[in-house]
Design a protein around this ligand. Structure first.
Ligand code: NAX
Length: 332
């Protein structure tokens, strides 16, 4: 039998946590043959509720789940973990200044970066889900200098999946037949969902471009983009709570593809450390199209970027540059 993999979920007593931990325990994250030990972290006010989640995990009798650590101690939570999914953070509350929210999250991610650096397993892979996801991941990277930047990422897969979902509904084709959409930039309303390289596999086996099949540039350049950008708000309006099951599912997709690889000819979107590809400023955590192999992502190179797209790539980069400056101003 394979050795269990230790998976940390922070904010595990929250909404996404509640949807995510059973997926992990069922093998959705790393496949049906990989045993896991769950490490769940939350803060003291949520300790009792966290313990309730642990009780339910015990009661679910998952065959792959070899242990559960539920704690409010960040060192205990981080010790020996191979994968860290950072869902815990400080939410923006009505009337709060952006800077105050940023400041809270900067101090959380600074502390958790140090704990991961000191106590996680070598080569631990980190996924930041909590908002502002790109900038929280950047702070984590800065304060965990011994964790390679290749191992730190943020979640834009939900946005990627939302884009696939919109195209699927529009063309009435199954989502699994569509590939190679891209989310560029920030996990925020400035993100750019790009279908210029996306294709659909037709029943004949032939691949056709999404732009050709949709045959409505006004929709693709307008409503499609804003629907994906605003989908989080639409879910809140409908459900009175923010997306949780789709966020948890996307986090599993992100880690599974990173660890087990993307299918040949297919890319996915991940927020990763920019090396200056596509003239995105280096040193931001920015969502790019990536392929994964042997546990490592690489940015897909050489895709054409038209003038319309260029403006959108730059706009979301500008927002991230501002967020970075705001985060740094919270450090001093
Ligand atoms: P909840 O408020 O339900 O859960 C957050 C949990 O984090 C709470 O249990 C809280 O006690 C805990 N927490 C707070 N500070 C902590 C700390 N220092 N250490 C450990 N745990 C801590 O929020 P939920 O709906 O689960 O969303 C979690 C985060 O995901 C939010 O920041 C949210 O904005 C973000 N999202 C990101 C998405 C993405 O695609 N990147 C999409 C979904 C979601 O909106």
């Amino acid at each position: 039998a394979q050795n269990p993999v230790r998976v940390l979920v922070t904010g595990a007593a929250g909404q996404i946590g509640y949807a995510l931990v059973p997926m992990i325990a069922r093998g959705v994250l790393l496949g049906p043959n990989q045993p896991v030990i769950l490490h769940m972290l939350d803060i003291p006010p949520a300790a009792e509720s966290l313990n309730g989640v642990k009780m339910e995990l015990v009661d679910a009798a998952f065959p792959l789940l070899k242990g559960v650590v539920a704690t409010t101690d960040v060192v205990e939570a981080c010790t020996g973990v191979n994968i860290a999914i950072m869902v815990g953070g400080f939410p923006r509350k009505e009337g709060m200044e952006r800077k105050d929210v940023m400041s809270k999250n900067v101090s959380i991610y600074k502390a958790q970066a140090s704990a991961l650096e000191k106590h996680a397993a070598a080569n631990c892979k980190v996924l930041v889900v909590a908002n502002p996801a790109n900038t929280n991941a950047l702070i984590l990277k800065e304060f965990a200098p011994s964790i390679p930047e290749k191992n730190i990422s943020c979640l834009t897969r939900l946005d990627h999946n939302r884009a696939l979902g919109q195209i699927s509904e529009r063309l009435n084709v199954h989502v699994s037949e569509i590939k190679n959409v891209i989310i560029w930039g920030n996990h925020s309303s400035t993100q750019y969902p790009d279908v210029n390289h996306a294709t659909v596999k037709l029943p004949s086996g032939e691949e056709k471009s999404v732009r050709e099949l949709v045959a409505d540039d006004a929709w693709l350049n307008g409503e499609f983009i804003s629907t994906v950008q605003q989908r989080g708000a639409a879910i809140i309006k409908a459900r009175k709570f923010s997306s949780a099951l789709s966020a948890a599912s996307a986090a599993c997709d992100h880690i599974r593809d990173w660890v087990l690889g993307t299918p040949e000819g297919t890319w996915v979107s991940m927020g990763v450390y920019s090396d200056g590809s596509y003239n995105v400023p280096a040193g931001l955590i920015y969502s790019f199209p990536v392929t994964c192999q042997n546990g490592e992502w690489s940015i897909v190179q050489g895709l054409s970027v038209d003038e319309f797209s260029r403006k959108k790539l730059d706009l979301t980069a500008e927002e991230l540059t501002e967020e970075k400056a705001l985060a740094y101003s919270c450090l001093s």
